[in-house]
Design a protein around this ligand. Structure first.
Ligand code: FAD
Length: 406
């Protein structure tokens, strides 16, 4: 079978690339066994499509130091253009106060359906198989071999096989091996946006409890590496929630330390004063019954167990040390992160094909002239909030258009 453009991987990046390449007049084949599977999983089935209200420069900051690679691409097809595109196709979207954008129906399947409609309308040939081999001829890709042995010949190829995250949805890292074999440098892939396991067992006692506004500081070898503020959730293995997922992007070496501040708006002294005031005006109650006004009961119990004090004591029976350690826990308790939950549970992959080897305006490989890259296979990953999908829409758009032109 002969095509102008062959695309390996039908995640958001590959699908967008296929639509754009076919709309540009190319004959296109899209090969994957898991068409749009991660779109369906995204945002807990709601699909946090993108993030609104930011300039391309501000948007690019969500990807850390590699974000500058995306600025010109975001200018050409950023959130604004993408949302307009979806709205024109009839998909209504809604932007939350925090900037996250979802389909108005809150159904990820509505997003996928509308994109599949476009694939069909533009006569993209969809092959429900995996690619087994990429064949090279001199410095170019010549063809792809499918599982069933069939050969797909094309002028240009787009590698959109994702990173290594959530392999159950198809991304196994095979594309990274091919990219390396084709001469690309691969920046060591690591799980990103991933829950963290702690050495301490007390977080398990708080399993299921979330805190909306916690400051977390990541330390490695006693050095502050990064900080985040937002929601955290305690789990049966340690910690999760948006702020934890975001800080996981900065973890390089393990074990690492995380310092939690449950009251980031109050200084140590202010919090200490407020608790002391509460204690003295409710002297007849136990510490637990007083503290439940400002924190979940289980947190109060867990803290007192950790600091070796009796939560059922009345304030007058509590030593100065107990009161001091209570505030110290709330303002700066340290957790030791022993492991992440790994690629199986990570929403994105840090690392991937080195951006220095990709043209940021066309997504063309600087090593293989008829190869284009799109999506998470590249060394680009963002924080939570719709940034990862937008990176796929943006790079898929450019890769598709450029491959069709090539
Ligand atoms: C549970 C979950 C929820 C998420 N929610 C959000 C969200 O709400 N908002 C957001 O911005 N981001 C979210 N993300 C991240 C986002 O989904 C990913 O960044 C994005 O899907 C990456 O897209 P991609 O097209 O690069 O790769 P993928 O979506 O991983 O797709 C790659 C495709 O390549 C295919 N493939 C691999 N090898 C082969 C082969 N040999 N032959 C053929 N095909 C192959 C795979 O089957 C797969 O379908 C979430 C991720 C997860 C796991």
């Amino acid at each position: 079978m002969n095509f102008k453009v062959a695309i390996i991987g039908a995640g958001p990046a590959g699908i967008m690339a296929a639509i754009q390449a076919s709309q540009s007049g190319a004959s296109v084949v899209l090969i994957d066994k898991n068409l749009g599977k991660k779109i369906l999983l995204s945002g807990n089935g709601r699909c946090n499509l993108t993030h609104s209200g930011l300039t391309p420069f501000e948007f690019s900051q969500a990807y850390g130091k590699n974000g500058s690679f995306l600025i010109s691409a975001l200018t050409e097809f950023g959130p604004e253009q993408f949302l307009k595109y979806l709205n024109n196709l009839g998909l209504k979207t809604q932007s939350q106060e925090d900037g996250r954008v979802f389909p108005k129906s809150n159904k990820a399947s509505d997003v996928l359906d509308i994109l599949i409609d476009q694939l069909v309308k533009n006569k993209v040939k969809i092959i429900n198989q995996l690619v087994k081999e990429i064949k090279k001829d001199k410095n170019k890709i010549k063809s792809l071999i499918l599982e069933n042995g069939e050969e797909i010949v094309a002028d240009s190829f787009i590698l959109a096989t994702g990173g290594k995250s959530f392999p159950s949805a198809g991304a196994t890292g095979e594309g990274l091996i091919w990219a390396k074999d084709l001469g690309h440098t691969i920046i060591n892939p690591r799980p990103s946006l991933v829950p963290l396991k702690t050495k301490e067992t007390w977080p398990t006692q708080l399993q299921g409890i979330g805190f909306d506004d916690v400051e977390i500081i990541l330390m490695e070898n006693n050095k502050k590496i990064a900080h985040q503020r937002g929601e955290i959730v305690f789990t049966h293995f340690g910690i999760s929630g948006p702020a934890v997922l975001n800080i996981s992007r900065d973890i390089i070496n393990l074990p690492a330390q995380i310092v939690l501040d449950f009251y980031p708006n109050q200084s140590f002294d202010d919090l200490s004063g407020a608790i002391e005031k509460d204690f003295s005006s409710n002297g007849k109650k136990s510490a637990k019954n007083i503290l439940v006004r400002i924190m979940p009961e289980r947190l109060a119990e867990t803290i007192f167990e950790n600091i070796g004090c009796d939560v059922l004591q009345k304030p007058e029976g509590l030593s100065h040390e107990c009161k001091h350690n209570l505030v110290k826990f709330l303002k700066s308790v340290v957790l030791t992160i022993t492991e992440t939950l790994g690629f199986e549970a990570s929403m994105a992959t840090n690392g991937g094909v080195d951006l220095k080897e990709i043209d940021s305006k066309t997504m063309q490989s600087k090593i293989i002239p008829n190869l284009f890259l799109a999506g998470e296979i590249m060394d680009l990953s963002g924080k939570t909030g719709g940034y990862n999908l937008q990176m796929c829409w943006t790079t898929g758009y450019l890769a598709g258009k450029s491959a069709a032109r090539n």
